[in-house]
Structure formats: structure tokens, C-alpha cells
Design a protein around this ligand. Structure first.
Ligand code: LLP
Length: 402
């Protein structure tokens, strides 16, 4: 990646920088791959990145929203998503969130338990509003990803057991203000193997056969999100392989006449457009290791500490100096020759916990105090998962079109 547009601006660090051009190109790729299917509906999973400019840009591209809280529904409505394109998931919807969603007339609830169905029914009755309800079915399909972000196994807290599917639909049919709108699934996140989605398709086909035999028609099938991205080589694969993803469902699912197919993509849309910019505070020469101590910590990006996640890291300042060897600076050749020597560092943050590590044994050009460091592929589950632990301020965010 060219570092010049970034290093030429003097950002206060740590901060996120969102590449709006890449976001638009990613959305264009989704549009191109779904253009042939008028029954495909892509909802953006707001939990991945709720920056207002990012949200507006995605809404302007015509996507719906996948929300998991009243706050996310508010954010979606504020940034241009129409209520009817909002789907609302979550195992623990609070009463005020259900009421708010009913009052706003959202597209559908993805209901995760009988207990929740009963509360929605009761609230719909009080408000005299109809509620459109899909059931999240736990398909008991394993996914090849980190155990913290797999969701479709029987032991996970999500969804309704597939054995209870018919029972809950029959129950919904007895509730006068509940409209049964379909089935919802989500098996996990950061999935790179299409076999996982193929397994989901097979399971959905089986469940649909069961519905047929009961004479039940599900107008909507929602397959959730989960498409992964290349954290190792963000510049080689800035846009995920949407073609392979959508083709998998096209080939694998036996949709019934008129059925609408919904997707809830988060990471695949926003991860690669985000970079966490941070500056080197100190280069500490320990007994066994050299540490690059940066001003970002797990309060700004928790993924490495929480999931052992890998993010590519670059020293933009050193890269810039190395790419300009003929700079007018007389000491440049000396600097450059030192810079060109790769050194192995642990890149760590300032938080008082030993898990505050972005990378271990990473080879970087010789690194100095004040250097601008880029932590790549941080557009998804970065800013939205930030915290104020240690009384640290939340990270700021900028977009490249500012
Ligand atoms: N739909 C549902 C019901 C979900 O639970 C999720 C993500 C998505 C859609 C969007 O999934 P995506 O397309 O982004 O994979 N914080 C973790 C990821 C947690 C994902 C939670 N659910 C991480 O940083 O890897």
C-alpha cells in the first residue's frame, strides 16, 4: 500500500482511518455479483463498524441493515436505512428494544427463543401493531473459525433447536398479531472455506423439506453473515471473493417459488478499508526481546488480545524513508541503510495487562520513537469494540474523503 497519502497528514494517534474509495469498490463488487438475482437482499451487520459516514455510504449503496440492539436500529434509521430493510437479531432483546422496533416498523425480528416470541406477541398486542417474525434456527453446523466466533453448533447459546422449528412456527400461527416471515441462520464469522456455507445449505434444504411435509411456507431465508477476509495480505485481497460466496448459495440452496434470500455481511464489507494508525512511544531493548511500544492498546483494537487475531503491521514512516532514498536530507543515506535492516520486535500497547500485544516476533524495518505504525484490516470489530479501560479516551476516526 502506498503510505504517502496517510503519512502526509498529521493525524492525532491512535485513530482509525477509513478508505472510502475501497469501501465504495467493495460495495460495487457486491452489487455486481448480486445484480443477476432480484431475490437477493444484503443487509450490512452494523456491529462490525457503526461509523456514521461508513453507515451512510453503505445505505446509499442500497443495502439493508442487520441490527442487534435498539442503539443499532437508531443508528441505521439516522443514516438512511429504511425501517423495512432492517432485520433485528440477538438472543437477549430488551423490552424497550422490542417496543422501539415495533413502533418503527422494522422489516423483521430474528427471534431466538419461545420466551422471546411470547414477549414480542404480548408487546404487539399492547401496541396493536403487527410483528413480522423469522426464527433463528441453530443448524448444528460446525464452522472452521475461532471458537469464540462460531455460533451454529448445538452447544452455542444462539437460536432455536432445529428439532423445535415446526413447533415454534405452529405457535406463532396461533398468535393473531404475529406474521411468520421465515427462517434465519448464522454459523460463525471469518469463514474462508466455502464448505462451511455448503454444509449450511444442505441443512437448510433438509429443514425446508420438513416444512414442505408440514405444509409450511417460509417466505424468507436468511443465511446470516460470516464471509472472511485475508488478514495476512490485505493489499493482495482488498475485496473478498463475493462471487464464490454468492455462487455457493445459488448452487447449494433449493429455494422454493418466490422465496427471498437474505445475507448479513459485516466484516467482508468493512474490514479491509480500515487501518488503525498509531505512533511509537518507545523502542525498549529488553533482555530477550525488543519491544515497540505504541500509543494504541487493546482498548482501541481488542481482536489480537481477545481472539489471538493476526493483523498485518507496517511501519509507514520507515517505508516512506526507504522509498525516497534521494531525499534532500543529507543524512538520509545513513538513515536509510540503518532503516533497511530488519529487526524482530514485539509490538505492544500501553495497557497494564500482558495480553496487550498486537504482534510477537514481527520483522519490521528498524523502528524509532515517533514512527507512524499501521495496523491493517481493522475496519471490522475495531472501533465498535473499543473501550475506555484505564480511563483512556476512545479512538477517533477519520475518513479519506475528509
Ligand atoms: N449476523 C449475525 C446474526 C451475527 O451474529 C453476525 C456476527 C453477523 C451477521 C456478521 O458476521 P460477519 O459477516 O461480520 O462475520 N468480534 C468478532 C466477530 C463477532 C461476530 C459476531 N456476529 C471478531 O472481531 O472477529
Amino acid at each position: 500500500m502506498s503510505s504517502s497519502p496517510i503519512t502526509s497528514k498529521d493525524f492525532k494517534t491512535p485513530c482509525y482511518l477509513y478508505d472510502m474509495d475501497l469501501l465504495v469498490r467493495t460495495l460495487d463488487a457486491i452489487k455486481a455479483e448480486t445484480a443477476g438475482y432480484d431475490n437477493y437482499h444484503v443487509h450490512y451487520a452494523i456491529k462490525a463498524n457503526a461509523n456514521p459516514k461508513v453507515l451512510s455510504c453503505i445505505a446509499a449503496a442500497g443495502l439493508g441493515a442487520d441490527c442487534v440492539s435498539g442503539g443499532e436500529i437508531e443508528a441505521a434509521l439516522r443514516t438512511g436505512y429504511s425501517a423495512s430493510d432492517i432485520v433485528f437479531a440477538g438472543v437477549g432483546k430488551a423490552d424497550w428494544e422490542i417496543q422501539f422496533a415495533l413502533e418503527k416498523g422494522i422489516g423483521m425480528f430474528n427471534v431466538e427463543s419461545i420466551e422471546e416470541l411470547e414477549v414480542i406477541n404480548e408487546m404487539a398486542r399492547k401496541l396493536q401493531q403487527r410483528a413480522r417474525v423469522s426464527f433463528r434456527i441453530n443448524p448444528n453446523v460446525g464452522a472452521h473459525t475461532h471458537e469464540h466466533i462460531t455460533t451454529g453448533k448445538a452447544e452455542n447459546k444462539f437460536g432455536i433447536d432445529k428439532e423445535d422449528m415446526t413447533k415454534v412456527i405452529r405457535m406463532a400461527e396461533t398468535m393473531p398479531l404475529i406474521d411468520f416471515t421465515g427462517l434465519h441462520f448464522h454459523i460463525g464469522s471469518q469463514l474462508l472455506q466455502m464448505d462451511d456455507f455448503e454444509a449450511l445449505c444442505i441443512r437448510i434444504n433438509e429443514l425446508q423439506d420438513e416444512l414442505d411435509s408440514e405444509g409450511i411456507y417460509a417466505p424468507n431465508i436468511n443465511v446470516g453473515g460470516g464471509l472472511g477476509i485475508d488478514y495476512e495480505q490485505p493489499d493482495k485481497h482488498p475485496i473478498p471473493n463475493f462471487k464464490a460466496y454468492f455462487d455457493t448459495f445459488k448452487r447449494g440452496l433449493q429455494l422454493r417459488q418466490g422465496q427471498q434470500l437474505h445475507f448479513e455481511l459485516g466484516r467482508a464489507i468493512v474490514a479491509q478499508m480500515g487501518t488503525l494508525l498509531t505512533r511509537v512511544l518507545y523502542v525498549k531493548h529488553g533482555k530477550q526481546k525488543q519491544f515497540v511500544i505504541v500509543d494504541a492498546g487493546f482498548t482501541d483494537l481488542i481482536r489480537p488480545a481477545l481472539y489471538g487475531a493476526h493483523h498485518a503491521i507496517q511501519n509507514y514512516t520507515a517505508e516512506k524513508e526507504l522509498s525516497n532514498p534521494n531525499s534532500s536530507d543529507s543524512s538520509c543515506s545513513e538513515i536509510c541503510s540503518k532503516r533497511a535492516t530488519a529487526v524482530t520486535y514485539d509490538v505492544v500497547g500501553p495497557i497494564c495487562e500482558s495480553s496487550d500485544v498486537f504482534a510477537k516476533d514481527l520483522s519490521l524495518p528498524e523502528t524509532r520513537r515517533g514512527d507512524l505504525i499501521a495496523i491493517r484490516s481493522a475496519g471490522a470489530y475495531g472501533e465498535t469494540m473499543a473501550s475506555q479501560y484505564n480511563c483512556r479516551p476512545l479512538p477517533q476516526a477519520h475518513t479519506t474523503d475528509e
